[in-house]
Design a protein around this ligand. Structure first.
Ligand SMILES: *Cc1c(COP(=O)(O)O)cnc(C)c1O
Length: 377
């Protein structure tokens, strides 16, 4: 099945006895046993598994072309689950502009448990040759990156990690499987903040880890224990909401991506805009690699710097009518944010940069709104 069909059907009503065309919400925390002690549907207690989570995991695994998926209560809980796979002394390589929450989780918490790391520029995967050590267990990729929209060649990274017997993990939150499927590019593990494009309506937190066949063989049981014993699991209703959103994800993401392309082209021509960061622009450093690994669109996220410095950027963000000033991304509504002030004191993001999550509105209304806000600036 193709992506549009998978999104509508995968996992949706699998294993459902009621005959409902929509998914039933099962809130029960516990499941009745058979006389022989068995469990008729394989569910025992809701932390270790429940019908709504199983359905969501089946859908996510199918969309990413993975062998198994694990759902978590947030994107960062999924990141933490992956770090829990490692042992004291293990080394992780991260991109120098990795999502700030991933970096803080590692640098503030997991270093106390003995994990070590280096941040390197992954625009050029050849930089890995000098960075991979004997103790390196994981290379973390995020492409397009947040908030600079840098592009990493996933296949070129995976070729190197495979040769070195290191895991290649891709945070695929921004493109979503609609635009990029890292396991097809030979990555071992995909991670998502399902809060973003999977949810798509800014009303549910979630995370997911998806394993390739080989990674599932190697790590499936351990991740199952981390999920079930660690207990950072989503509620049945969170799973229900996410599964409810998945059928429309391809429609939403393609519209968001096409809107973002038009908005990026408009901003790129505007005299008050300094630089636009969007891989769909031919002038973008990563355009060629992005076109290869994201053949159906360059995503709904873009950033840009304005002339006039930080004050001008704030003025613009305060002058939009349709774009709401808020963090996060992937919802149907367009958002704009001053990124540096969200990331905190370690941030390397320029202070005159604005990050935009483009929604599904009519693109001419979005361009008119930005146009009048630039005039107010
Ligand atoms: C939001 C986000 C996360 C963290 O996910 P939460 O659901 O907020 O915990 C991780 N990576 C990327 C790229 C994100 O955008």
């Amino acid at each position: 099945m193709k992506m549009n069909t998978l999104a509508v059907h995968a996992g949706q009503t699998e294993g459902q006895a009621s005959g409902s065309v929509a998914r039933d919400l099962v809130l029960s925390t516990t499941f009745e046993r058979l006389p022989d002690g068995g469990y008729p549907a394989g569910f025992q207690y809701s932390r270790t598994g429940n019908p709504n989570r199983a359905a969501l995991e089946a859908a996510i695994a199918a969309l990413e072309g993975g062998s198994r998926a694990f759902a978590f209560g947030s994107g960062l809980a999924a990141v933490a689950a992956l770090f829990h796979l490692l042992k004291p002394g293990d080394h992780i390589i991260l991109p120098d502009d990795v999502y700030h929450g991933t970096y803080y989780l590692l640098s503030k918490l997991f270093t106390e448990w003995g994990l070590t790391y280096d941040r390197i520029n992954l625009n050029d995967p050849a930089n890995l040759d000098a960075a991979i050590r004997d103790t390196t267990r994981m290379v973390w990729v995020e492409t397009p990156s947040n908030p600079m929209l840098n592009i990493t060649d996933v296949a070129a990274v995976a070729q190197r990690t495979r040769a070195a017997d290191v895991l290649c993990v891709v945070d695929n939150t921004w493109p979503s499987p609609v635009l990029q499927r890292p396991l097809d590019l030979s990555a071992d593990i995909v991670m998502h903040s399902t809060t973003k494009y999977f949810g798509g309506h800014s009303d549910v937190l979630g995370g997911a880890v998806i394993l390739s066949d080989a990674a599932s063989e190697l790590l499936g049981d351990k991740l199952d224990a981390i999920q079930g014993l660690g207990g950072a699991v989503p509620s049945p209703f969170d799973c229900w909401l996410l599964l409810r959103s998945i059928p429309t994800m391809p429609l939403r993401v393609k519209r968001q991506s096409s809107n973002a392309q038009h908005l990026a082209e408009f901003l790129d021509q505007h005299p008050l805009v300094e630089t636009v960061f969007y891989p769909g622009l031919v002038s973008h450093l990563g355009h060629k690699v992005a076109a290869k690994q994201m053949p159906n669109g360059f995503g709904g996220m873009l950033s840009f710097t304005v002339k006039g410095g930080e004050q001008a950027a704030w003025k613009l963000a305060n002058s939009t009518a349709l774009f709401r000033q808020a963090t996060s991304l992937g919802g149907v509504e367009s958002l704009i944010e001053h990124r540096y002030s969200v990331e905190g004191p370690d941030s390397t993001t320029p202070k005159h940069l604005l990050r935009v999550s483009v929604g599904i509105e009519d693109v001419s209304d979005l361009i008119d709104d930005i146009k009048q806000a630039l005039a107010a600036m």
